[in-house]
Design a protein. Structure first.
Length: 283
């Protein structure tokens, strides 16, 4: 079992975030890369089918292939927060990964845990304003969690710094109210209004592969622009207590840990079947 100390739990509740270093095992990062690669294959194949690129560049490695294809295609827009395209047995393996569940158990204070059905990958290419995630509270996207603890867990697949779009949080503000929000003019993302964002002091969380950042549903956070010459890959997943699971979370989420009642845990096949008929970009 992954150990989170009582001091770490205390610090999470006090500041509204915790940066856990070197805690995610290699197999979780490999599963994440597999799911991202699936999305990459589809995206590049679409550019190829549209005649934007002469090849799908199968010989290029994961860290460089998307970037090369995107440049060659003339920097087209792409799905900036893919979800449906990630759905595969490996994505299920990520969501049920014991390391993530142990962290969730410690921070939620219960072993009866559900996956919240909102998860994303963020393939952030350089200098694309429409991928810059502005200050927001995750519960602005699922307002039924206003008073329900939903933990967001965000982790990168490469070192992530202020230069290549690390996240920033606003320590101590996780207990503030859920703001109405506004659509950001530059990116089209829902987030805090310009006025609400103006006074926030961002604390940058620079991270390495294997680290994870956890924060609750009302913590204001944003991602800095990617000013590097490479893709910034990351995944974000969410967990809540089964007893108080929200409708938005249960929609595509499921019971993931229930000691003593393992039959309550949804199988991979059942979860995958719930996505049939849902096309990319619609959920
Ligand atoms: O990775 C990003 O750019 C933003 C991630 C984020 O804000 C989130 O997961 O809530």
């Amino acid at each position: 079992m992954t150990t989170i100390t009582p001091d770490q739990v205390k610090s999470y509740h006090k500041t509204g975030y915790i940066h856990l270093k070197s805690i995610l095992p290699t197999n979780l990062l490999e599963l994440s890369q597999f799911a991202l690669n699936r999305w990459t294959n589809k995206t590049i194949s679409q550019w190829h089918a549209q005649g934007l690129i002469p090849s799908t560049y199968p010989e290029i490695d994961f860290q460089h292939r998307l970037l090369q294809a995107w440049h060659a295609a003339g920097k087209p827009n792409y799905s900036r927060s893919p979800r449906r395209d990630l759905v595969c047995p490996e994505m299920y393996q990520i969501l049920v990964h014991p390391t993530l569940l142990d962290i969730a158990q410690a921070l939620l204070g219960t072993a009866e845990i559900s996956v919240h059905g909102i998860f994303n990958a963020r393939p952030k290419l350089p200098d694309q304003k429409w991928t810059d995630t502005p200050w927001h509270q995750d519960a602005q996207y699922y307002r039924d969690a206003e008073e329900t603890h939903v933990i967001s867990m965000w982790y990168p697949l490469q070192r992530t710094t202020e230069e290549n779009s690390c996240l920033q949080v606003a320590p101590g503000l996780h207990g503030s109210k859920l703001l109405e929000g506004a659509v950001d003019e530059e990116s089209g993302f829902l987030g805090l209004s310009r006025e609400e964002s103006a006074d926030l002091k961002g604390h940058s969380i620079e991270m390495d592969p294997g680290d994870v950042l956890c924060f609750p549903q009302k913590m204001p956070h944003r991602a800095l622009p990617n000013q590097s010459e490479a893709v910034r890959w990351s995944m974000d997943v969410r967990y809540e207590a089964t007893e108080s699971a929200t409708d938005s979370g249960r929609d595509k989420g499921f019971v993931v840990r229930s000691p003593g009642n393992s039959s309550a845990v949804e199988s991979s096949d059942t979860w995958l079947s719930r996505w049939e008929g849902i096309s990319a970009g619609t959920y």
